[in-house]
Design a protein around this ligand. Structure first.
Ligand SMILES: Cc1ncc(COP(=O)(O)O)c(C=O)c1O
Length: 371
C-alpha cells in the first residue's frame, strides 16, 4: 500500500499531491452511500448549505435511444435555452453545470504555468480550484464594501490590465449575495477589452433577472456569461449549465469540451424545465424572495447577529457578533440536522455564515432551533 502511494506521488503532477480539493457542501456533509441518495440520514437532514432549491420536480424519462450516444449539443435543449435567454443557438454551449463552463474557459484561454486568471474575493471557490488544477496563476483583487454591498475595486482592477487572461466576476455574488453594479461590469469589460475575457457568473440571476449582462454580448467580444439550472430551476442533481458568448468563443470552447457532455436523460429533463415548467420556476423564485425578506428581518432582531448582507440571490449571508457565537449557531443547527455553510474563512467574512433559502417549513425549523 505504502509503495503504491509513493509511486503515485512520484508520478502525479507535483502540485496536485498536496492540493486540497474544493470543499463542496456535499463533500463536507454527504448524502450517505445509497445510489439514490435517499437514505434515512438524508431524509432527516435539512440542507441549507449549497444554495439548492427546495422541493422535487416531477419528471419522466424515456429510455428509447439510450443505446445511442447523444447529440453533442442536443437540439431540444439548445432550442429551449435559446428561447429562454433570447440568444442565438450559436451563442450557447450546454455543459455539465456552470462548473464545467468555468473549467473550459480556463483551459481554453490560459496556458498552463504561463497565464493567470483574476478573481475578486470573497467569491465562488471553483474559479481558483479550476485554475490550480490547470496550472494557471491566480491574481486576487478583493471586493470592497460600499452602500451597494460588496462591489468591484476598479482602481485595483485597472492595475492588473495586461497581466491576466480571464477575469471572473460573480453577480449576484456567492457568498456575498448582492449584484455587482452593471456600470462597473461594463467598465471592467472595457478595461480588459484588448487583453482578457471577462466572465460574468450569473448562476443566481433568476432571482433578479432584470440585472442580467447578456445584453452586453451584442456589444463586446470579450464577455462570457455563465448560467445554471442548479439554483432557480431546482435541478442541481441534473448537472446542467450554459455558457453564453460570441459564436467565436463557443466554437473555441467546443474544441475543448468532452464529445458527449449532455446525456440524453439530462437533455430531456432540462428541456422540459425550460419550456412547460418555466412558470413553476417563476413561482419558486417569488416564494424564495418573500421568504428571504422574512428571514432577513428575523435575523436583524437577533442579538447574536451583527450584520446582514443584502441578497439578490437565494441565500442570506450574515455576520455573528464574535467567533464563539458563530460556532454556537453553526453547531446547534448541525446538532439538529440543519446544515448551513460557514464562510468565515473567506477574506472580509470573519464570523460569517450563509443560509440557503429552503422551504417555508425548513426556515421555520431553523428559526425554532436558534430562538
Ligand atoms: C456562483 C456559482 N457559480 C457556479 C456554480 C456551479 O453551478 P453548477 O451546479 O451549475 O455547476 C455555483 C454553485 O454553487 C455558484 O454558486
Amino acid at each position: 500500500m505504502s509503495t503504491a502511494l509513493t509511486l503515485i506521488e512520484k508520478l502525479a503532477r507535483e502540485e496536485l499531491v498536496d492540493m486540497v480539493p474544493y470543499q463542496s457542501a456535499r463533500r463536507l456533509f454527504s448524502h450517505g452511500n445509497s445510489a439514490s441518495g435517499d437514505t434515512e440520514q438524508t431524509k432527516h437532514k435539512i440542507w441549507l448549505n449549497a444554495n439548492e432549491a427546495p422541493g422535487q420536480g416531477e419528471y419522466k424519462i424515456s429510455s428509447e435511444n439510450i443505446n445511442r450516444y447523444p447529440d453533442f449539443q442536443p437540439d431540444n435543449l439548445l432550442n429551449a435555452y435559446s428561447t429562454y435567454c433570447g440568444l442565438e443557438r450559436s451563442q450557447i454551449l450546454a455543459t455539465r453545470g456552470a462548473d464545467e463552463g468555468i473549467e473550459l474557459i480556463i483551459r481554453s484561454f490560459c496556458r498552463a504555468y504561463r497565464d493567470s486568471i483574476l478573481i475578486c474575493p470573497p467569491t465562488y471557490g471553483m474559479y481558483a480550484i479550476s485554475a490550480e488544477n490547470h496550472g494557471a496563476g491566480i491574481v486576487t483583487v478583493p471586493l470592497q464594501s460600499s452602500s451597494q454591498g460588496m462591489q468591484l475595486n476598479l482602481d485595483d482592477l485597472t492595475s492588473q490590465v495586461g497581466k491576466v487572461k480571464v477575469v471572473f466576476l460573480c453577480s449576484p455574488g456567492n457568498p456575498t449575495g448582492n449584484l455587482l453594479s452593471k456600470e462597473d461590469i461594463i467598465t471592467a469589460i472595457e478595461l480588459f477589452k484588448d487583453s482578457a475575457i471577462v466572465v460574468v457568473d450569473e448562476a443566481y440571476i433568476e432571482f433578479s433577472p432584470e440585472q442580467t449582462s447578456t445584453d452586453l454580448l451584442a456589444k463586446y467580444d470579450n464577455i462570457i456569461v455563465l448560467r445554471t439550472l442548479s439554483k432557480a430551476f431546482a435541478l442541481a442533481g441534473l448537472r446542467c449549465g450554459f455558457t453564453l458568448a460570441s459564436k467565436d468563443i463557443i466554437t473555441l470552447l467546443s474544441k475543448v469540451i468532452a464529445p458527449y457532455p449532455i446525456s440524453a436523460p439530462v437533455a430531456e429533463i432540462a428541456s422540459k424545465a425550460l419550456s412547460t415548467d418555466l412558470e413553476k420556476m417563476g413561482q419558486r423564485v417569488v416564494n424564495c424572495n418573500n421568504l428571504k425578506i422574512t428571514l432577513s428581518k428575523w435575523l436583524d432582531e437577533q442579538s447574536w447577529c451583527s450584520e446582514i448582507f443584502a441578497s439578490d440571490a437565494n441565500f442570506i449571508l450574515f455576520r455573528c457578533i464574535n467567533p464563539q457565537e458563530k460556532k454556537r449557531i453553526f453547531d446547534s443547527l448541525v446538532e439538529k440536522n440543519i446544515l448551513i455553510r460557514d464562510q468565515s474563512k473567506q477574506v472580509q467574512l470573519e464570523n460569517c455564515l450563509r443560509i440557503s433559502i429552503g422551504s417555508e417549513l425548513e426556515i421555520t425549523q431553523l428559526k425554532e432551533v436558534l430562538s
